[in-house]
Design a protein around this ligand. Structure first.
Ligand SMILES: Nc1ncnc2c1ncn2[C@@H]1O[C@H](COP(=O)(O)OP(=O)(O)OP(=O)(O)O)[C@@H](O)[C@H]1O
Ligand SMILES: [Mg+2]
Length: 229
């Protein structure tokens, strides 16, 4: 299977207050259409790894390739553009602009990318909101939505540029089990229908068990990586 992300010998240190190694020789490959979860105790380095894989953190040793492009060593403006085009990031807290409408929030990354007309972008944003089951909420200010609806709006926003990879840091951390299942099903559907790859950090073992592969971390190392079938 073709891979979309390949990380090799990633090492990272923090120096504050003393030097310690937060990631220790991490190597991993994510295939096209694969849905992977990353699990491990609080503080083991999951978020740190995600920030590197999503090209937001460039301060590490090792090599990162995404979509066949070498990411390591690239300039910030290249990375910002690459990220907007290829990576959809979903956070635990959704960071929607509260005073803007849901539709406007979803459109922003595509307007920034500047490839399509605002009219096309609006149409695409509505498609994503429909996919998330919240098209009827499009014209409300984000602050008027429920927590689960806001998280789904944030996912629609992460999908607007049809990213190659969707990366989430505990995207269901603030959702009840019903909404977690809805989010899981939507993500699962994307890997099957659009061949997108997904990497999700989660503390929810039920969620992890339903993904294709679980990568387990401990103290900055990958200690296991196994398919769930
Ligand atoms: N900017 C920083 N400077 C120094 N140490 C940091 C910094 N950011 C994180 N750390 C430390 O690095 C380690 C890994 O943090 P990280 O946030 O990656 O953990 P995590 O696995 O995501 O945990 P959680 O499940 O609680 O979110 C922790 O010991 C944390 O205290
Ligand atoms: Mg974390």
């Amino acid at each position: 299977m073709p891979h979309v992300l390949h990380a090799e010998h990633i090492n990272k240190y923090y120096h504050d207050p003393v030097t310690f190694q937060v990631l220790n020789d991490i190597s991993l490959t994510i295939n096209k259409g694969e849905f992977v979860s990353i699990v491990g105790k609080s503080g083991c380095g999951k978020s740190t790894l995600l920030y590197i894989l999503s090209t937001m953190d460039t301060d590490y040793k090792g090599k990162l390739e995404i979509n066949g492009e070498l990411i390591t060593g690239q300039q910030q403006n290249y990375l910002a553009h690459f990220r907007n085009q290829h990576i959809g990031f979903i956070f635990q807290f959704h960071f929607l602009l509260q005073e803007f409408t849901v539709l406007q929030n979803v459109m922003i990354p595509a307007l920034k990318l500047g490839v399509h007309t605002p009219r096309e972008i609006e149409q695409r944003a509505m498609e994503k909101l429909t996919l998330m089951g919240i098209a009827d909420q499009a014209n409300k200010p984000a602050k008027n939505l429920s927590g689960g609806q806001q998280q789904r709006a944030a996912i629609a926003r992460a999908l607007i540029n049809n990213p190659t990879i969707i990366i989430g840091d505990e995207p269901t951390g603030n959702l009840d089990s019903e909404n977690s299942i809805i989010v899981f099903d939507i993500l699962h559907e994307l890997t099957h229908t659009h061949g997108q790859s997904i990497i999700i950090v989660t503390h929810d073992s039920e969620f992890a068990n339903r993904t294709d592969r679980i990568i387990e971390m401990h103290d900055g190392h990958i200690v296991s990586s196994h398919s769930t079938e």
